[in-house]
Structures are given as structure tokens and as C-alpha cells.
Write a protein that binds this ligand. Structure first.
Ligand SMILES: Cc1cc2nc3c(=O)[nH]c(=O)nc-3n(C[C@H](O)[C@H](O)[C@H](O)COP(=O)(O)O)c2cc1C
Length: 361
């Protein structure tokens, strides 16, 4: 239905306009009880084989909404109704931001990929925190925090900027993701340096505050294995609870789209099929570096059950989608879950846990 009706219509508009239209429609749907019920009826898929208890939280299925789709916490109810197992709101930043000027998102249909340079547009942590307080969800809620998109906020001020958002939402989230890998800010990814990451995790007192929900770190898909090893070392010293792998790519690899088109688009983070395999490699590296002992949310180019399974096999416990949703529509959540269950049946497995290598815990 989405592919034959909604997508051809949406793809007539620019990616930015289609995105705004989708967000506004999903926001309106969230206020309409009858529509929410219709969505639940159409998209609900439950199977005990997919249900997992992680950090004491019940995930009815492993497919979550990736950060960036619901930046302001206005779509969570609608997203729950289309069957997501969990939702990550954000990235939120301490100060509100309108983000980069449009155009700032671009489709690459030949590659089932997107390039975006949204620039962390969001209503700001305090407004979003007030909104989140009113949410009533039956699924786990993650909140993703980034540094305010403003190059004059750096050094000590950048640490405090993260802390401001962190303190505002730490009691409202089931888990928190620290996004250190946004490719779309003028100042670059300064916290993907081991020393600055160490300072950040100290400032947030990750290992010292036992009242915190699980805290995860989100990495770029572009990190080399040596960089990843150093950064994981820092994170493990601070006893983080897990990792989100991965964010988008600043590179332009694995693309079929014409080079002139890519060059005309300019800077931005590449997501979707073009980063799928590399993202799986990063998940595997993180799983090996952490001795398969930490929760990993696998994200990057998932648009089928097989791609989800590939990520689970190498260490992902949970999954997230964004670009797949744009190309495949809301039924993708159900499709992935059903395909995982079919795989379990084919392999004579009883539960999703069995796809992965055993954990030590
Ligand atoms: C338009 C767009 C905006 C995004 N915004 C954010 C963001 O604010 N914070 C974040 O951590 N990731 C953000 N992401 C990255 C996604 O959460 C995800 O890590 C990445 O797109 C790879 O997954 P995918 O291939 O399923 O899209 C964004 C991605 C897209 C396409």
C-alpha cells in the first residue's frame, strides 16, 4: 500500500517537504484515537519468540525507531501504534535549533539511501522534556542527546551543554544515548576523540551515579578499527551499558547514483543500503572488543529480515531503522519481525536469543 500509493506521492515532493509532511501527519495521527487503533490493527505483530528482557526492560520485539525521525518527541504514540518495539527520541540539544538551511535531505533511490545534513534541528531539551513527561507508552523509550549545533560552544562549555540536556531527561528515559557522531555540525565530531570522550563521560558521571538509566554511546560508521578500540576502551572504563552502531557516513562509498548528483548534493551523512554492510562490520568489532558482553543496538541500512538477522548474528541485541522506513513504509517493522520469526522456525530455534553468540552474562 505504502509503496504503491503513498511513496509515489511523497517522492514527487522534495525530500525535505515529504519529511515535514510525514512528521505533521504522524503528529496529527497521534491525537486521533480511532486512527491509532486502526494503525495498531493494521501493523500489530506479536510473537513471544521476539520478546527480550534487557536492562530489566521488556522489549516486545527488537525493531526500534532510530534517532532523528522523532527529534521532538511528538510522534512517539503514532510510532508505538505501528508496532515498534522501542523508540529513540532526539537528538535533543540543550539549546533549541532550527538546524541547517534547506535543502538538507536528499534521496538516492538507486541506492535506497539518503544523504542528510539536518544539523540537529530540535525544540531544545527543556521543551522536549516537558513533552516527554506527558507521554504514556507501553514500550521502552530512549532519549538521544547531542551537543547544541553551535560552533562557539566548545571545550568546557560543550561538556556543560551535554550535561544540561542529560540532567533534564535522565529521569524520563528508559535508556539514554550519547550521540558523539553527528556528521552535520561545523565543529565536527570532537567527542569521537578518546580524551574528550573521557572528559564527557566523567562530566556526566556515568560510572558514579547508580540511579542513572542505562547509558549508551552512538558511534559513526566511519571509525577505523584502531579508533574504535581506543574509544571502546574509554567507554568500558566508565562502565557504559551499551552501544548504538552506527550513525551515518561522511564518505560516499558503495553508491550507484551518478557522481554528478552526489557532488551536487554536497555534505551530509549517508544512510541506508550504502552503509548496511559497513555498519554490520562495526557491530561485530564492538561485540568482539566488549567480549560479547554489552548490549548493542544495530542500526544502518536495515530493510529486510535478513539484514536484521545479519546484524543480530554478529552481536546486535536490538535494531533500529530510519532510511528503510522512508523507502519501505511503516509495514517494514512487521515485515522484519515476521521474517525473523520465519528464520527461527526454519532453523528450529525457539527464541531470538539463539541467533546470537552466547553472552557471558
Ligand atoms: C534525516 C536523518 C536525520 C537523522 N538525525 C539523527 C539524529 O538527530 N541523531 C542521531 O543520533 N542520529 C540521527 N540519524 C541517524 C540515524 O539514527 C541512523 O543512525 C542512520 O540513519 C543509519 O540508519 P538507517 O540506515 O536505517 O537510516 C539521522 C538519520 C537521518 C536519515
Amino acid at each position: 500500500m505504502y509503496k504503491f500509493l503513498a511513496r509515489p506521492l511523497l517522492f514527487r515532493f522534495t525530500s525535505d517537504y515529504a519529511h515535514d509532511l510525514t512528521v505533521n501527519t504522524a503528529k496529527a495521527a497521534g491525537k486521533n484515537k480511532a486512527l491509532l487503533q486502526a494503525l495498531r490493527t493494521a501493523y500489530k505483530y506479536e510473537n513471544p519468540a521476539l520478546s527480550q528482557n534487557i536492562w530489566g526492560l521488556q522489549f516486545k520485539n527488537p525493531v526500534g525507531l532510530a534517532a532523528g525521525f522523532d527529534k521532538n518527541g511528538t510522534l512517539a504514540t503514532t510510532m508505538e501504534s505501528i508496532g515498534f518495539g522501542f523508540i529513540e527520541i532526539g537528538s535533543i540539544t540543550a539549546e533549541p535549533s532550527t538546524g541547517n538551511p534547506k535543502p538538507r535531505s536528499f534521496r538516492l533511490p538507486e541506492d535506497q539511501s539518503l544523504i542528510n545534513r539536518m544539523g540537529l534541528n530540535n525544540d531544545g531539551a527543556s521543551t522536549i522534556a516537558r513533552r516527554i513527561k506527558k507521554l504514556q507508552l507501553d514500550i521502552p523509550l530512549g532519549i538521544n542527546i547531542a551537543k547544541t549545533h553551535n560552533p562557539s560552544i566548545f571545550g568546557e562549555k560543550a561538556l556543560l551543554d551535554y550535561k544540561t540536556s542529560f540532567d533534564l531527561v535522565k529521569d524520563l528515559a528508559d535508556y539514554l544515548t550519547i550521540n558523539i557522531s553527528c556528521p552535520n555540525t561545523k565543529e565536527g565530531k570532537t567527542f569521537e576523540e578518546p580524551d574528550t570522550l573521557d572528559e564527557l563521560l566523567q562530566t556526566l558521571n556515568i560510572s558514579g551515579d547508580s540511579a542513572l538509566p542505562p547509558v549508551l554511546i552512538k558511534f559513526s560508521v566511519d571509525l577505523e578499527s584502531s579508533q574504535l578500540k581506543e574509544l571502546i576502551g574509554v567507554c568500558e572504563n566508565h562502565a557504559v551499558s551499551g552501544y548504538v552502531a552506527t550513525n551515518t557516513s561522511s564518505k560516499r562509498l558503495n553508491l550507484k547514483s551518478p557522481v554528478t548528483k552526489i557532488n551536487n548534493i554536497g555534505s551530509g551523512g549517508l544512510s541506508g543500503q550504502a552503509i548496511s554492510n559497513r555498519s554490520t562490520e562495526v557491530i561485530e568489532q564492538i561485540s568482539n572488543l566488549t567480549h560479547h558482553d554489552k548490549t548493542i543496538i544495530g542500526v544502518g541500512g536495515i530493510s529486510s529480515g535478513q539484514q536484521a538477522i545479519d546484524k543480530i548474528k554478529v552481536g546486535a541485541d536490538l535494531l533500529q531503522i530510519y532510511t528503510g522506513l522512508v523507502y519501505e513504509g511503516p509495514s517494514l517493522v512487521k515485515k522484519i519481525n515476521k521474517e525473523i520469526v520465519k528464520y527461527l522456525e526454519r532453523k528450529g530455534m525457539d527464541h531470538i536469543y539463539e541467533i546470537q553468540r552466547p553472552k557471558s552474562e
